[in-house]
Design a protein around this ligand. Structure first.
Ligand SMILES: Nc1nc2c(c(=O)[nH]1)N[C@H]1C(S)=C(S)[C@@H](COP(=O)(O)O)O[C@H]1N2
Ligand SMILES: [Mo]
Length: 173
């Protein structure tokens, strides 16, 4: 379930860019092969859509987002990131949540490469946040020193979006 069309999967032309308030000032771009070559982790997680449905025990694998943060670190005063995907989809995520030991840049679902519908070649998985924070067809993130609202955060949804605290709407912030 997503907004807009499904992009065609082309991992060989995929780029992933970390920009915004980077330490040292410069943005860094990675190829899909570079990211897929990082150590892989597996996470079994439930998905919680803010509209009410959940899916249990989804099995994802790929590199940890925190390993990419280490390769392309933020300035010390960055507290959020704006993660972005194809077709202008984006989400605001706290840097602390991106650094969680369970936050993945998923390349695989149930042992098979992510298909187009599920967000291939790369999707962000943040198990403790609502699923709108996990863009499919992920293309990168920008470190933020002042909060910027993403696609749903701009439309009345919560900045943090912790599913266990039911942080759905911006009036709860
Ligand atoms: N790029 C992109 N990613 C997205 C969305 C979207 O509209 N565009 N929707 C989000 C929302 S609201 C949900 S609930 C999940 C749905 O994931 P699924 O299609 O794997 O069930 O994708 C999330 N990732
Ligand atoms: Mo959703």
């Amino acid at each position: 379930m997503h907004y807009g069309p499904v992009p065609r999967r082309r991992p060989e032309r995929w780029t992933f860019t970390v920009g915004g308030a980077c330490e040292g000032g410069g943005e860094q771009t990675f190829s899909f092969a570079q990211l897929a070559g990082l150590p892989t982790h597996e996470v079994v997680a439930d998905m919680h859509c803010a509209s009410g449905w959940s899916a249990v025990d989804e099995r994802w694998s790929g590199p940890l987002a925190r390993d990419v943060v280490e390769l392309a670190p933020p300035c010390s005063d960055a507290e959020h990131v704006l993660v972005f995907a194809e077709y202008g989809y984006s989400a605001t995520v706290r840097l602390e949540d991106l650094m969680s030991a369970r936050t993945l840049l998923a390349t695989h679902h149930d042992g098979a490469p992510l298909d187009d519908e599920r967000g291939g070649p790369l999707r962000l998985i943040l198990p403790h946040l609502y699923t709108w924070k996990g863009p499919k067809w992920l293309r990168g993130w920008n470190y933020l020193t002042a909060v910027e609202r993403g696609f749903w955060e701009e439309r009345g949804y919560h900045l943090r979006g912790d599913a266990w605290r039911e942080e759905r709407y911006s009036y709860q912030e």
